[in-house]
Write a protein that binds this ligand. Structure first.
Ligand code: SF4
Length: 446
């Protein structure tokens, strides 16, 4: 069980010296219990307390790193079951499979397609993280060759998947420097796989029929000297997979059960590509650290990456764009000026529609703390004075010769007051961003 704040307090020096940046030892103990402080912040803690508290204050779910450099994938170290309680920290890694029995042209073609699985969403480029090399041939040479090609021709991190220790050894000889994830350890081969993982300093997965056996195996693997373990909870029965994902997360967080305190991976194989992506999205949300799919079509990967982007943002911090004047297209001094708020989703919806209209325009993103138009208006973060100040701060008057401002239709109610404060003609635009192209082509052009 996790130590309480009072348990921790009993082990601290109790001098209230404030060197840790907290007013009292009790305040520090409470923050340590909530994992909002690090034991190293107290310079006077005794060795005995360090031993007890060090182990107890370790994250309930181990951080595991696959790969190296910029594209390394870090998973684990999550503190909560539900995102609204705090936030999720390490985004689920998305992996796509490639089989080692493909002929050279097919292999290169699929790898190229996998490498290009990236897209832009709300102004940010998002992409998959890993290539899972599957030893479908069950041949060591082919597996090693496939690993070599992925190592040299892909910027993504690697998963090597084989239950054969010999084949795994051959593949690792060609790509161990990229610190791939060794996938394929089970109750029969885990000792040899763990020895390989230790020798090559790579993370490894482990699977077992039941969670009890899985917990037992992680203890053995740790004793063999491998710390970075990922639990494989793949399966054909979605209900069972989801139950396992949830039970493991609960055991780690609520019971502080260290033997299951590791991130999880799940492979999803479905003939129906839509079902495959639907299941992968479900596991991504609850609580897979890595999901592996066969589908390498952009239409399939996009919803997965979108779900990940949505889940792994801080629910208490709206996603914002910089509040400023944006020029969309080849703007001139007679180009229209629209305003919206600096909530990313709102801004990029407006920007997309302006772009689609092919009428160059200025968009003024008004600082409302990242809230949407109606939320900002009802909270008085968006009013005539705020907009007038944003116009002045962005120097809009020097950019256009007209004095017309298009405002969101949702806040038509502020048009009169804004016109008075700003001294510009205020035009009420459409209520939805989708109405912008026809508005610019008809109302503005006329
Ligand atoms: S630095 Fe240590 S002894 Fe000093 S107040 Fe903080 S917890 Fe207490």
């Amino acid at each position: 069980m996790a130590l309480t704040g009072l348990d921790i307090y009993k082990l601290l020096p109790k001098t209230n010296c404030k060197k840790c940046g907290r007013p009292t030892c009790l305040a520090f103990a409470m923050q340590l219990a909530q994992k909002k402080a690090s034991l190293s912040d107290c310079p006077d803690v005794s060795e005995e307390a360090k031993n007890v508290l060090g182990a107890a204050s370790a994250p309930p779910i181990k951080l595991v790193t696959v790969g190296t450099d910029a594209k390394k994938v870090e998973i684990g170290e999550e503190n909560v079951l539900f995102r609204h309680e705090e936030k999720f920290y390490h985004p689920t890694g998305v992996a796509v499979t490639i089989q080692d029995d493909l002929d050279d042209a097919a292999f290169q073609g699929r790898l190229k397609k996998i490498n290009e699985l990236k897209m832009t969403r709300v102004g940010t480029e998002i992409e998959i993280d890993l290539v899972a090399v599957i030893n479908k041939s069950n041949n060591a040479e082919k597996f090693a060759e496939a690993a070599k090609k992925v190592c040299s021709d892909s910027h993504l991190s690697i998963i090597l998947s084989s239950t054969s220790v010999e084949n795994m050894k051959a593949a690792l000889a060609n790509c161990a420097e990229k610190r791939p994830l060794i996938h394929g350890a089970n109750p029969e081969n885990y000792e040899s796989m763990a020895a390989l993982a230790k020798e090559k300093n790579c993370p490894m997965t482990i699977t077992a029929p039941t969670l009890e056996e899985l917990a037992d195996l992680t203890e053995h693997i740790k004793k063999a000297g491998v710390e970075e373990i990922i639990l494989d909870v793949s399966g054909d029965n979605p209900k069972e997979v989801l139950q396992k994902l949830t039970k493991v997360r609960r055991a780690a967080l609520k019971k502080n059960f260290r033997a299951l305190g590791f991130p999880m991976i799940t492979f999803v194989h479905e003939d129906d590509s839509f079902l495959e992506i639907a299941l992968a999205s479900t596991y991504l949300v609850k609580y897979a650290g890595i999901v592996v799919v066969d589908n390498c079509e952009p239409w399939g990967i996009m919803p997965l990456l979108t779900a990940r982007t949505n889940i792994f943002t801080d629910p208490q911090k709206p996603i914002q764009v910089e509040p400023k004047l944006y020029a969309v297209g080849d703007v001139k001094e007679d180009s229209p000026v629209l305003f919206t708020t600096n909530f990313s989703l709102t801004y990029y919806s407006v920007e997309g529609e302006v772009e689609g209209s092919r009428i160059p325009a200025y968009i003024l993103s008004v600082d409302t703390g990242g809230t949407s138009v109606l939320t900002a208006y009802s909270g008085d973060k968006l009013n005539d004075k705020v907009v007038a100040k944003a116009i002045a701060d962005a120097g809009v008057e020097a950019k256009v010769k007209h004095r017309k401002l298009i405002i969101p239709g949702l806040v038509a109610v502020m048009s009169g007051k804004l016109q008075e404060t700003l001294g510009w003609e205020v035009l009420v635009g459409p209520r939805e961003a989708s109405g912008i192209p026809s508005y610019l082509k008809t109302v503005w052009k006329s």
